[in-house]
Design a protein around this ligand. Structure first.
Ligand code: ATP
Ligand code: MG
Length: 623
């Protein structure tokens, strides 16, 4: 029954059809036209770009710029396929610094719409208007610059027009396309009109400070307030920009902007590198937010791999992945308490500022104060021993590592008033997380700082501190292990037994020794010293369960972090434990000095600032 298809002669396609087919790849919807036209305006050196839309861009897209313009004799050439002023050779392509280089966009747009180009270059007596349909060029009025008008997109290809969504949806995509440009070109002003009404306007802001202002204009003040600055060099790659704190993460990945040499890209390596930087502070499905600019020698990246240029190919993707990961990871590691002064002052200039020098090594953060391995794991262990006297002694020892060795800080001497702190030490006024006042319902620590009230989730915070200490120990040495006098045995599942056998090395690295007593019994013979007082069986079981899910060879680092997190959870002070004020203060000071202490191991915040202003608002109190 199979019919042999009748063969047709091989023929060259007509030019219009070639362009229409090509346009299918480049122009998908109004937003693609917007992107191409704004690209062109920026390449022409425009300082002001105005976009006017009708019907979500389907009926009309007009882009006006004050760039260099196109001489009248070149106007018809501009609409030809493969006609460009931006490259002339392969070498040019390899080092291309403009957005455009294919000489294809205008030809593609012209083949699926009614297009006209009105342009006047510097020095020309008048402007000229090119009708894309007829190719006719005639004099017209306009200041220096170019206006491209695109009407009735896909009018000649109804099938494509059917794929378009509602006007509102198309409008949103058009705005998003300009937003991507606006985030990287803060020196250029943008205005977007729809149906005669202005819908977005971003004024130009020159310079470094202007860029922050542009981010705030486009993404909102919140984005800037809840993100950290990134400026990181890794070999040939320079990463700059801002990355949101874990708190700022969103349900959707709709605020992730990455640029390579000024070009917006969507790239798996970049996205994955960024996501992995959040692994330790952001759990579940939450999506981080960021605006990041990667700068590198153009020869290290091929921009000519995708019809819409939104994808690129890196010569060395590992180098990009690592640069992204490390850039964000380092910036996020700094406890926000340390940054309180700088952000607060930027956002609320009339509020009391904390000591900026906290960012530099200062008495409150003495050199080496982060090396928890040197201090042992006193706090975590002592919570388990439930021995207040010993706990206090250990805490004193902790403080003793600071500059106050000779003179212990007065918080440990009940007689001394709090204010009389040793002269060279940071005064309590300067503690970013403030002075503990009390414990609430066994769950929260309330503290007072110069901004108002600090509320700390004590278990969550302590869990992170123990976790970071465990990680540091793993980095420097092995986690110290303590043999149990009487091994703790338990009835194990076949999977637990095989995991214990297969992962003996990893377990040992983690300070655990678990071996088979019989075909169905495991014995825990040693546990991490810091967790010696905990439930050895429960610990071994949860670690085995986690290990079973991970291929120890390839994801050891990740597994270790997760396992350490499990261990930290066991070691952390539980809710409903009464803490003394000294213990609370010690916890606050540890938080200030511990990396990533703003989030617990599950990505939830560990503390919140409630400002005086917010408190006043609660009581309708004007200031
Ligand atoms: N707004 C503009 N101002 C000045 N010149 C322009 C403008 N738009 C287009 N041109 C000129 O028209 C040429 C063709 O534009 P077109 O967008 O088709 O190609 P391209 O930008 O060179 O490459 P690509 O297809 O990658 O965008 C450009 O090379 C440029 O010289
Ligand atoms: Mg172009």
């Amino acid at each position: 029954m199979n019919q042999i298809p009748t063969r047709r002669t091989i023929r060259e396609l007509p030019d219009v059809l070639i362009s229409q087919i090509a346009a299918g790849e480049v122009i998908e919807r109004p937003a693609s036209v917007v992107r191409e036209l704004v690209d062109n305006a920026l390449d022409a050196g425009a300082r002001h770009i105005t976009l006017r839309l009708l019907g979500g861009g389907i009926r009309l897209i007009s882009v006006e710029d004050d760039g260099c313009g196109i001489p009248s004799e070149e106007l018809p050439v501009a609409l030809k396929r493969h006609a460009t002023s931006k490259i002339v050779s392969l070498e040019d392509l390899e080092s291309v610094a403009t957005m455009g280089f294919r000489g294809e966009a205008l030809a593609a747009i012209n083949s699926v719409s009614e297009m006209s180009v009105l342009s006047r270059p510097e020095g020309a007596a008048t402007a000229f208007l090119l009708d894309g349909q007829t190719g006719e060029v005639r004099p017209a009025a306009r200041a220096v610059g170019t206006t491209v008008e695109v009407k009735e997109l896909f009018f000649s290809t109804p099938a494509r027009r059917h794929f378009l969504k509602s006007e509102n949806t198309e409008l949103a995509h058009c705005i998003e396309a300009v937003r991507r440009h606006a985030l990287v070109r803060s020196e250029v002003s943008f205005a977007i009109w729809h149906e005669g009404k202005i819908v977005e306007q971003w004024r130009s802001h020159p310079g470094e400070a202007g860029w922050n202002q542009r981010l705030a204009d486009v993404l909102g003040e919140d984005f800037v307030a809840s993100s950290v600055n990134i400026d990181f060099r890794s070999g040939p790659v320079h990463v700059r920009g801002r990355a949101g704190t874990p708190d700022a993460a969103r349900a959707r990945a709709d605020q992730q902007f990455a640029y390579v040499n000024g070009r917006f890209v969507r790239d798996k390596v970049i996205t994955h590198g960024a996501r992995s930087a959040y692994e330790d502070v952001l759990h579940g499905q939450r999506q981080p937010v960021y605006v990041l600019y990667l700068q590198m020698d153009p020869a290290r990246v091929d921009v000519n791999v995708h019809p819409t240029k939104i994808e690129v190919r890196f010569r060395d993707s590992r180098e990009i992945h690592q640069a992204m990961r490390h850039a964000i990871e380092r910036a996020l590691a700094v406890p926000r308490a340390q940054l309180l002064s700088s952000t607060e002052s930027a956002l609320a200039p009339n509020q009391t500022n904390l000591d900026r020098s906290f960012l530099a090594p200062s008495p409150s953060a003495p050199a080496g104060s982060n090396t928890w391995s040197q201090r042992g794991m006193a706090f975590g262990a002592d919570r388990a021993t439930e021995d207040p006297a010993k706990a206090l002694a250990e805490l004193k020892a902790l403080w003793g590592n600071g500059p106050q060795v000779e003179e212990p800080p007065p918080i440990f001497s009940q007689a001394a008033p709090l204010a009389s702190t040793a002269p060279q030490s940071t005064s309590e006024q300067d503690w970013p997380l403030g002075r503990a006042i009390t414990q609430l319902q066994g769950v929260y620590i309330l503290a007072e700082n110069s901004q108002g009230l600090i509320v700390v989730d004590m278990h969550a915070a302590h869990e992170r501190i123990v976790y970071e200490r465990l990680k540091q120990q793993l980095d420097t040495t092995q986690i110290s292990s303590q043999p149990l006098l009487i091994p703790a045995s338990f009835a194990a599942t076949p999977q637990e037994i095989s995991t214990a056998e297969n992962c003996a090395d990893v377990l040992q690295q983690l300070g655990l020794e678990v071996s088979a007593l019989s075909a169905k019994t495991l014995a825990v013979r040693a546990v991490p010293t810091s967790l010696a007082q905990g439930d050895a069986v429960e610990l071994a079981r949860s670690v085995l369960a986690e290990l079973a899910q991970h291929d120890a060879a390839t994801v050891v680092q990740r597994a270790q972090n997760e396992i350490l997190a499990t261990m930290a959870c066991h070691g952390a002070v539980r809710a409903n434990r009464k803490l003394t004020l000294d213990e609370m203060n010690a916890l606050l000071r540890q938080m200030e000095a511990t990396e990533r202490s703003d989030q617990c191991n599950h990505g939830r915040p560990t503390w919140r600032q409630v400002s005086m202003r917010e408190l006043d608002a609660l009581f309708l109190r004007g200031r």
